[in-house]
Design a protein around this ligand. Structure first.
Ligand code: ATP
Ligand code: MG
Ligand code: FE
Length: 341
């Protein structure tokens, strides 16, 4: 099936076109720059930007894919989780296209879509797989028995998401928002073992698959402050590398452990933080050592985009899952185990 996918859960207006598991187009507009001076995404600004970008982005996606709107077999849209106002813009657009074209509409879970996008590059996901989903708003370990119907959570962050920690640490270091890419770049010239930052929730009595990044963030901020107070220069590259190492270490150790404990030998990474070069390298290393098959989408597809939504929509159509009702609404805190609503 030819599926048109809409993503507007945060600051990216994404429209993707997928045929089966083949990516035909992935058009993206972002309001990132408009949020930068606020240090985070401002919902009202994001919603307005989605509204302005939507129609041109759809047109770009269709042109890039070389298809006409009338060729589309199904429409998929992120129904949650995310910013309500932002989600509503995508929903309105998706409903309009579905209604005008008289095609089924699938409201999908943004997090499951972050996992589904990998199928566009590496083919059908082995089931069951484990998924490590790490983004600006989420950090979860998921068990995926059936991507179209059943996704369950094994653990998640009890405070900050991994991407949030990157963004906050970047701010402390005077880097732009979002902080993941500049920290990743700065870390290349740093020593990852220079500073021994804390690994949250890794004690013997801690929940084995839950994460905590708030203590790490605070530890980095304190370390940097102490340096500044003493009038000493801050070794930015070393701080970035050591912080990044702490995050990658905990994420990969827990993901590998979850695979072992549940007897699953396939792991897929997803979400914006999965674009991180050190996380990718360490996951590769540890999975190879543990005999786990690792799949990681290319960095461009890890962060929010429309192709991921189209990919999951395509999977739902193929699995014969029932489409959503025409009065489909947004759910800002859609639970991870609801793949489609
Ligand atoms: P969610 O999926 O939880 O709704 P989100 O919509 O904010 O989150 P994503 O695009 O999936 O968005 O992820 C954005 C996050 O990924 C940001 O916190 C950003 O700093 C982080 N990120 C992007 N690239 C990298 C990188 N190379 N290294 C580390 N973090 C990164
Ligand atoms: Mg974003
Ligand atoms: Fe996301």
């Amino acid at each position: 099936p030819l599926v048109l996918g809409f993503e507007t859960s945060c600051d990216e207006t994404g429209v993707g076109v997928v045929r089966g598991q083949t990516l035909l187009a992935d058009a993206l507009a972002t309001s990132m720059a408009e949020h930068e001076r606020f240090g985070g995404v401002v919902p009202e600004i994001a919603s307005r930007a989605h509204l302005e970008a939507m129609v041109p982005t759809v047109h770009r996606a269709l042109a890039e894919a070389g298809v006409r709107a009338s060729d589309v077999d199904a429409v998929a849209v992120t129904a949650g989780p995310g910013l309500t106002g932002a989600l509503l813009v995508g929903l309105a657009a998706a409903k309009a296209y579905a209604l005008a074209l008289d095609k089924p509409l699938y409201g999908v879970n943004h997090l499951a879509a972050h996992v589904a996008v990998d199928e566009l590059q590496h083919g059908r996901l082995a089931e069951p797989s484990l998924a490590l989903l790490v983004s600006g708003g989420h950090s979860s370990l998921l068990l995926v028995p059936d991507l179209a119907r059943e996704v369950t959570s094994l653990g998640r962050t009890i405070d900050d998401a991994a991407g949030e920690a990157f963004d906050k640490v970047a701010r402390v270091l005077g880097m732009p928002f979002p902080g993941g890419p500049p920290i990743d770049r700065a870390a290349r010239d740093g020593d990852a073992s220079a500073i021994d930052f804390p690994r949250g929730l890794t004690g013997p009595r801690d929940a084995p698959y839950d994460f905590s990044f708030s203590g790490l963030k605070t530890a980095v901020a304190r370390w940097v402050e102490a340096r500044r107070r003493a009038g000493e220069p801050v070794p930015v590259a070393d701080v970035a590398a050591s912080f990044q190492e702490a995050v990658a270490d905990v994420l990969t150790a827990k993901a590998v452990r979850a695979c072992r404990d549940s007897g699953v030998d396939h792991l897929v990474l997803g979400g914006g933080v999965a674009a991180n070069s050190r996380l990718r390298a360490l996951a590769e290393e540890r999975c190879a050592a543990a005999g786990i098959v690792l799949r990681v989408p290319s960095p461009r597809l890890c962060t929010d985009n429309g192709a991921m939504v189209a990919a999951l929509g395509s999977r739902l159509v193929a699995a014969g899952v029932a489409p959503s009702a025409p009065d489909l609404g947004a759910d800002s805190s859609l639970p991870i185990d609801v793949v489609t609503r």
